[in-house]
Design a protein around this ligand. Sequence first.
Ligand code: C2E
Ligand code: CA
Ligand code: CA
Length: 463
Amino acid sequence: MIFHKGIFDSLSFIDKLSHEEKQELNEAIKRGFEALLPNQNYFTLKLMELCERYGEEDSSFAIMLIDINDLKYINDTLGFETGNQLMIEISRRINDFFGKEAFICRYSWDQFGVALKSGSMKEWEGQAEGLINLFKNDFRIGKYNLIVGINVGMSIYTQDADNAESLLKCSNIALLRSKREGKNRYVFYSSNIGVIDYKHFALRNDLHKSVENIELRVYYQPLVNLSNNDILGAEALIRWQHPNWGMIPPAEFIPIAEETGFIINMGKWLLREVCRDYSHWMARRLKPIKVAVNYSPVQFFEENFVDNILEITEEFGLNPRFLIVELTENVLLKYPEKTIADINKLHESGIQVALDDFGTGYSSLSYLGSLNIDIVKIDRSFIKNAISHPTSEIITRNVIRLVRELKLKICAEGIENYEQLVYLRSLNCYTGQGYLFSKPVPSEKFDMILEEGKCTPAELSNR
Ligand code: C2E
Ligand code: CA
Ligand code: CA
C-alpha cells in the first residue's frame, strides 16, 4: 500500500471499500504520482469522513477547488499529449506544494480538489496565495514553455456547510466567482456571493440534462431582402426553457456550454431540429430559404466539424445547400489552414459561410478575400452608431463599399428602426435582419411568416 497522503492518514473509509475498490484506489494513487490523483468519488468519500471526524472534534477544515485555465485551448492548439503532460506536471507541482498537509484529488478533467487540514483563515489564505504564486513560473513541456492561469474557490467546514455535498457546492460557487474576477485569484465562499453566482452554478449543473429534458428551443429570425421585404432566410438561435429560471438567453449559457464541452452535443441537437423544421417547410412547399446556424470556436475546431454537419443533413435526406455556417473572426484568425480547408469542404457541399459580428473584433478586411467567405454580417453596433456618429457613418459606409468590392454578400444585423433601414438602402445594402422586421420567433410562428413569404417592417406597417 502506498497510502501516505497527509490527512489521508486516517484511513477508516478505506475499510469500507471492497477489495476491487481498494485496488482501484491504490492504482489511482500510484498513477497520481505520474498523472492522476484519486478522483471525485474518492474526494467526496474523503470529505464525508473528514466532516464526521472534524464534527466530533468540533474543529474546522477547508477545501479548495482549483481550476486550470485554458487547458482545452492548449489541447486544441498543441495537442492532447501536451495537455496530458502538462496536467502531470501540474499534479506534481501541487503535490509537492502541499506535501502531507493536504488530501489532493483530480476533481475533474481540468480541476483539482484539495482538503486542507484544520487551520486558521490566515493559514488557508496563505496556502491559496502560495498556490497561485506556484503558477507564476512556466511549465516546460517538450518544446513549449507554458504559462498557466488558475482560479481557486474555497469553502470551510462548518462555517459554510456541514456536509460534503454542500461544501463542494459552496466551493464551486466560490470558484465561479473567482473565474468572473479574472485569472489567478482565489475566493472564499460567502453567503452574500449572491444569486447571480448561484444561478450560474445551477445552470452549469443543469445544462447537460437540458437535451434529454426537452428544454432547449430553436427560434428563427427572418433574413430579409431590404428592398422588397422578401424572406431570404432565417437565422437559427438557441434558447433554454429552464424549469426554475425561465427562458435563458444564449449569452448566459453558451459560455458554460463551451467550457464544459456540452456545446458539441447541443450543436448537433440544434442542427437536427433545424433539419426537421426545414423538412416540414419543404414538405409544405414553402419557399426554399437559407438557414444560418451559429458555430462557436469550440465547435468549429472539432476534428470532424464538416463531416458531422453532412451526416446530420443526410439523416434527414436533405441537400445541405440550404445551410449557412456562421463563424466569428476569432475562429478565422486562429488556424487559417484548417479554416481554409474546412471552408472549402463546406463549399463543396454547397454550404455558405458567413462571418458574424463583423466590426466587433479586429475587423481586418485583408483576410476576407483569402478565406473565401461568402457573406459578411455587419454587427448591430455598427448599424446603430452609423446613424448617431458621423465618424462611424464614414467607417460603416466604407466598410460596406469595400465588402461589396470584394464581391461578398452583406447582411446588416440589428435593424431596429426605419431610419436605419433607409440608411442601409441608401448604401445599397440589401439584406438584413432585426427587430424592425421580426424578433426571433419559435418555429410555429416562423411557419406563418414563411407562408406569407414577406416580412414587412413594423414601423412601416404602423404608418
Ligand atoms: P448573433 O449570432 O449575433 O445573433 C444575433 C443576436 O442579436 C440574437 O441574440 C438576436 O436575438 C439579436 N437581435 C436580432 N435582431 C436584433 C435587433 O434588432 N436588436 C437587438 N438589440 N438585438 C437583435 P440572441 O438570440 O440572444 O443570441 C446571442 C448570441 O448567442 C448570438 O449572437 C450567437 O453568437 C449566440 N448563439 C445563439 N444561438 C446559438 C447557437 O445555436 N450556437 C452557438 N454557438 N451560438 C449561438
Ligand atoms: Ca449569428
Ligand atoms: Ca451577429
